[in-house]
Ligand binder design. Structure first.
Ligand SMILES: *[C@@H]1O[C@H](CO)[C@@H](O)[C@H](O)[C@H]1NC(C)=O
Length: 524
């Protein structure tokens, strides 16, 4: 069972941290407010798979109007509540603003066909009506999928092309589920508007089509008359309000993270631990590296908790582990990439226990020092990632740090370079420091850049460990929540690499048959 589609309408800023582990649904439902105002407001809400998160949090933004993103209210419910309602339609009041009636929201659920194709399309228009008093029109299109009950759900909005009656819109990709729920003959309605700064966009006209029609590609069948019914009724000589032409159409299959893992892509997890003096002297209890025989310190706890989550994806469970920012024996040289087990040739540790052991051994032998340079470990992993760009391996660097970074410029440069490679970085911040620099590296709000070059994709995920601990600081409150947040962005980052390089997953190998159980064809 899954939920009626469907897709984020351009920016849904409240919904950026969505997990996507293949099995999870991470679609958006688009619902219409029943509070009628001069403009219809549309809302997006985020759905998680029920087994992962028992409740469903919906935060509503009028994302149809990007300039009006005020909080309108929120509502909680379970997936079961929606599905169990008559006709799978649940109406509930919105709340969240004290003393204010926020209206109500209707959520509906529909079973998704498991179609995983995406359509890539491009459109242009000709001779659209002129709507602006000064200048021409600023046209954009809104796509709607029709539902089983005859209502329409918004599923895509194009960008606005300024001041033209003959716009050419950028190509866009949309899951076929979103467009027609996998039903090729379902009506798709397209409305054309003239954008207005104040949000009161002028309706130019609309037309309908279907996936089956669009799939015929560029041809005379895919030139649509844009009709404004009101105008048509008023004016005898009305022909149309312009035409929209499909310029190109192609279909591609969407693969999930799990398709690649099943197809044999190896995840190489490298761990890097911050051994700088800002963590405090390991012999004192205030230190994040405090060596206490009875209790795990902050680093060990973070390492164990996060390590246990990520090791599931690493088949051989042998982890290269590095330290940075310490003075090493015998000569007291400062290193920003030393193997925790002291073996440059073979930095692998056996499982999380092996890393913990090597970590404790290092604490006894090295001297915490500084500065806190991230760039060397990022570049270290990047060197290996650069050698395997065929999709057979993907590298994840887990940096555990107190967050007091000293080489911000070099680290940004390293991340911008790493963004071109099959790698991701998870930064776990321990301790109580301000983590502003780490949030900046995370780049969820502003994509990282270095010397004028923008990172090709987002590859950094930052997780402040203290947010997951209880008051005493000795226990992780919710491993499930930590797991979700640590892994939140990896699958999408992984897919974005594979997609950008045109790499498809290998077919999954046939199920393993133990020797001696092979089937022989016997000829009689
Ligand atoms: C995994 O990456 C590390 C570098 O971070 C490297 O030392 C190691 O050889 C890699 N393992 C494999 C199997 O490529």
């Amino acid at each position: 069972m899954s939920i009626s589609y469907i897709q984020s309408m351009g920016q849904t800023s409240g919904c950026t941290r969505r997990p996507n582990l293949g099995r999870q649904i991470r679609d958006f439902i688009i619902c219409k407010s029943d509070k009628t105002s001069s403009i219809d407001l549309w809302f997006a809400c985020l759905i998680y798979l029920p087994s992962f998160l028992p409740s469903l949090l919906a935060s509503f933004l009028p994302s149809f109007l990007p300039s009006f993103q005020d909080f309108l209210g929120q509502m909680f419910c379970t997936l079961g509540e929606i599905v169990g309602s008559p006709a799978s339609r649940l109406e509930k009041p919105l709340g969240g603003i004290p003393g204010k009636k926020c209206g109500a929201i209707i959520l509906s659920a529909e079973e998704l066909s498991n179609c995983r194709d995406s359509a890539l399309m491009q459109f242009c228009a000709n001779k659209l009506d002129k709507k602006d008093f000064f200048g021409k029109s600023d046209p954009f299109m809104v796509f709607y999928r029709s539902n089983e009950d005859g209502t329409f759900t918004i599923c895509h909005k194009t960008e606005v092309v300024k001041n033209t009656l003959n716009p050419v819109w950028q190509p866009f990709t949309i899951p076929v589920r979103a467009l027609c729920n996998g039903d090729y003959d379902r009506t798709i309605k397209v409305e054309v508007y003239d954008w207005d700064r104040d949000g009161s966009h002028d309706f130019i006209g609309d037309f309908t089509t279907s996936y089956r029609e669009l799939a015929r590609g560029q041809s005379q069948f895919n030139v649509y008359e844009v009709i404004n019914t009101k105008k048509k009724m008023k004016k005898k000589k009305y022909v149309n309000s312009g035409t929209v032409t499909l310029l190109s159409f192609s279909v591609e299959s969407e693969f999930t993270f799990l398709d690649y893992i099943k197809g044999g892509t190896q995840i190489n997890f490298t761990v890097a631990i911050d051994f700088t003096a800002s963590n405090g002297n390991p012999s004192q209890s205030t230190s994040l590296h405090y060596m206490n025989p009875y209790q795990l310190n902050a680093y060990a706890m973070a390492l164990k908790a996060v390590g246990e989550i990520i090791q599931d994806y690493d088949s051989d469970k042998m982890f290269p582990a590095l330290g940075f920012g310490a003075k090493l024996p015998p000569d007291g040289r400062v290193s920003h990439e030393f193997p925790l087990n002291g073996n440059i040739e073979n930095p692998y540790c056996n499982g999380i226990e092996g890393i913990l052991e090597a970590y404790h051994q290092s604490l006894k032998t090295v001297q915490l020092y500084g500065p806190t340079n991230f760039a060397p470990v990022v570049n270290h992993v990047a060197r290996y990632a650069a050698a395997v760009q065929d999709g057979s391996q993907y590298f994840v660097l887990l940096i555990i740090t107190d967050g007091v970074i000293s080489d911000m410029a070099q680290t940004k440069e390293a991340i911008v370079n790493g963004a071109k490679l099959p790698m991701s970085i998870i930064i776990v911040g321990v301790g109580q420091a301000e983590f502003d620099a780490m949030v900046e590296l995370d780049g969820d709000d502003i994509r990282i850049s270095s010397r004028g070059k923008l990172a090709e994709r987002d590859i950094v995920q930052f997780v402040p460990f203290r947010d997951y601990m209880d008051r005493t600081g000795n226990h992780v409150l919710s491993m499930a929540r930590l797991a979700k947040d640590v892994l939140a962005e990896i699958p999408d980052q992984f897919i974005s690499y594979m997609k950008s390089r045109g790499i498809k997953p290998n077919p999954a190998p046939p199920p393993y048959t133990p020797p001696g159980h092979t089937h022989h064809h016997t000829q009689i």
